[in-house]
Design a binder for this molecule. Structure first.
Ligand SMILES: NC(=O)c1ccc[n+]([C@@H]2O[C@H](COP(=O)([O-])OP(=O)(O)OC[C@H]3O[C@@H](n4cnc5c(N)ncnc54)[C@H](O)[C@@H]3O)[C@@H](O)[C@H]2O)c1
Ligand SMILES: O=C(O)C[C@H](O)C(=O)O
Ligand SMILES: [Mg+2]
Length: 624
């Protein structure tokens, strides 16, 4: 609480500095009177100057005293601090939802003020508007729903999408985050309630990348029934071609109206995540955040873990990495890691990656077991059937096949098909243990303790699953059982750990939030036709090189989220430069591809920064 109050004061000082340099241009508005007050984009609440009140027909509709932006800001922060005080001691879910509600009410009322407090206090507010609270919000979305935000497409809209797209009020849209709600964080299929995720991701786009909120759309495409959803259709999910036809129709409609919009696919279940990525990536400017954004963030962290051991980056090829969870994120990470190895050694034969997941047989047993056995027995049996993926495994997903171990590769270690996690860790002695399974606590005390025998001087534990309770282990347990010399990263935020003797176990947040805003922004301002592997690689390398050796030595692999706009500007510029080098940049607005290609590195960063929107009250000019 105290931290928020203190940072509010300093944020306000920073805000003033920024305001004094920025002269906001006028904003054309086609409405008057209460219509303006009810539009969060234009509304300034009590902040409308008297002359503007006269011009826009607002005189008498507001209390007479004009309250400055700074005062409004301070009042909001005071209310937030009071809420923290008043909810002290209450269960954390209740407190988090209360904080989300107060922010959401401001979002619904006055976007300029909302985004300013978000930008200035991103470290405190990211865990509320984004992971982990956003997961809780999605689970409770039907009850929390007050007013629409974003667009919704369902199976009933087949054949109508082209006209529906024109229902969106903004003429220009730059950024779309799309979900089908089928794999929301580690929480499963939440259907239409998953819309909370695109909303949270787009809030991060505004905060980190300065995407103008009037030029973005959160979208839910949902084609199914789910028991606890009040807001969705009560129908089975579409499958096969029927599903793809709908997504095809949606993406064609988007492209027809906004051909330069970047579309981010988010939280699709694995089969559709890969399928849609392959289907659209060479035709549209799109990417899948869970596969590609996560991969870049993980790779940056893994390279940091190599540096933390005092080894050259090329040693990455020798790192033994155990990945738990062969889903969209886990496979995305391994694919990018393998590309990095092949760049370093010109061969992938020597990579030392071990992948564990459920055997498909589990899925066959699942239905029977759930019906016949109590959940505890089911959980134990399911855990027993999770293990090392080898070429012996039947029905292996084609995307996982390149990482399946051959008998020859593992027999010397005494491992085989389905070897358990504890066996693998004990025998491989990995440098890195990385979880993207969505299952909380799979890095048990025994598994973490076995990491003490790692061949690394600084074993790395990445518990990347979200939200917090789905993390493979907590930060405290990681340091307690795996030792004080580990480097630790998690997808959801954990507090740093007090190691005693005045030492701190640093907690890194290995979350794709460090990359997706820069990938989206760099693609947008380069006018990229498509998003290539090299652009994604450039993003990851940029993030990896952001940290100093000193920081890395103290276990800090990622920058503080406080500097997310600067990071995003650099990542965006790296993506832009690679888009030019890769021949996919078509230019943005008045800036053509030739002009872009003549910019030096600093100029690209400045150009990206210049394209970032910053929330200030603009003078409103009424036009009929
Ligand atoms: N930190 C980040 O930036 C980030 C990014 C993407 C995804 N995630 C998180 O990672 C998790 C997985 O996401 P995904 O998109 O890969 O989901 P997914 O459903 O595609 O994959 C999860 C995989 O884990 C496997 N699995 C389940 N239980 C397991 C167990 N006990 N041991 C080993 N494997 C097991 C599943 O069979 C599946 O293959 C989610 O919790 C998600 O929130 C985090
Ligand atoms: O949403 C996040 O926090 C990261 C990631 O995209 C996820 O699906 O968990
Ligand atoms: Mg995601």
């Amino acid at each position: 609480m105290w931290k928020v109050a203190r940072s509010a004061a300093s944020s306000l000082r920073q805000s003033r500095r920024r305001m004094s340099t920025a002269i906001p241009g006028p904003c054309i508005v086609h409405k008057r009177g209460t219509d303006i007050l009810h539009d969060p984009w234009f509304n300034k609440d009590t902040g409308f100057p008297l002359t503007e009140r006269d011009r826009l027909g607002l005189r008498g509709l507001l209390p007479p005293r004009v309250i400055s932006f700074e005062q409004q800001y301070a009042r909001f922060m005071d209310a937030y601090v009071s809420l923290e005080k008043n909810t002290q001691g209450q269960p954390s879910n209740i407190v988090s939802l209360a904080k989300w509600r107060i922010l959401n009410r401001l979002h619904d009322r006055n976007e300029t003020l909302y985004y300013r407090v978000l930008i200035d206090n991103i470290k405190n507010f990211a865990p509320i508007i984004y992971t982990p609270t956003v997961g809780l919000v999605c689970q409770n979305y039907s009850g929390l729903y007050r007013r629409p935000r974003g667009m919704y497409f369902s199976a009933k809209d087949k054949g109508e999408m082209m006209s529906m797209i024109y229902n969106w009020p903004s003429r220009q849209v730059d950024m779309i985050v799309l979900t089908d709600g089928s794999r929301i964080l580690g929480l499963g299929d939440l259907g239409v309630q998953g819309i909370g995720i695109p909303i949270g991701k787009l809030d991060m786009y505004v905060a980190a990348a300065g995407i103008n909120p009037q030029r973005m759309t959160p979208v839910s495409v949902v084609f199914h029934m789910i028991m606890f959803t009040d807001l969705g259709l009560r129908q089975p999910r579409l499958e096969g071609d029927e599903y793809l036809e709908i997504v095809d129709e949606f993406i064609e409609a988007v492209h027809a109206r906004w051909p330069k919009a970047v579309v981010q696919f988010e939280d699709f279940q694995m089969k559709w995540a890969f399928k849609t990525l392959e289907r659209y990536r060479n035709r549209f400017c799109m990417f899948n955040d869970d596969i590609q954004g996560t991969a870049g963030v993980a790779l940056a962290g893994l390279l940091g873990a190599v540096r933390a051991q005092g080894r050259p980056l090329t040693d990455f090829a020798n790192q033994k990495i155990v990945v738990v969870g062969a889903g969209s994120a886990g496979l995305g990470v391994l694919k990018m890691a393998l590309q990095a190895v092949s760049r370093m050694t010109e061969s992938t034969a020597d990579s030392h990656f071990f992948l564990l997941d459920k055997d498909v047989l589990v899925y066959l047993f699942q239905a029977v077991l759930i019906l016949c056995l109590p959940m505890l027995i089911y959980a134990i049996l399911a855990a027993l059937l999770v293990g090392l993926i080898t070429k012996e495994r039947k029905g292996i997903d084609p995307a996982a096949a390149p990482f399946a171990k051959s008998h020859g590769e593992i027999e010397g270690l005494g491992l085989g098909e389905g070897s358990s996690l504890i066996e693998v860790v004990k025998k491989v002695k990995p440098h890195v243990l990385l979880g993207l399974s969505g299952v909380g606590g799979v890095f048990t005390e025994q598994v973490l303790t076995a990491m003490r025998e790692s061949d690394s001087t600084k074993p790395a534990i990445f518990a990347m699953s979200n939200p917090t309770e789905n993390a493979e282990c907590s930060a405290a347990n990681a340091f307690k059982y795996a030792g004080k010399d580990i480097v630790f990263a998690s997808g959801s935020p954990f507090a740093n750990v007090d190691l005693g003797n005045g030492k701190t176990g640093h907690v890194n947040q290995a979350n794709n939030m460090y990359l997706f805003p820069g990938i989206g922004l760099g693609s947008l301002v380069s006018g990229a036709r498509i998003i290539t592997d090299k652009m994604l690689q450039a993003a990851a390398e940029c993030l990896a090189s952001y940290m100093t050796d000193e920081e890395i030595q103290s276990g800090i692999l990622y920058p503080s989220i406080d500097s997310i706009r600067d990071i995003t500007a650099e990542v965006g510029a790296a993506v832009l430069r690679e888009a030019i080098a890769d021949g996919v940049a078509e230019g943005h607005g008045d800036v053509g591809p030739k002009e872009l290609s003549h910019m030096c590195e600093e100029e690209t960063i400045q150009y990206v920064k210049d394209n970032m929107w910053f929330p200030v009250y603009s003078p409103l000019v009424h036009e009929k």
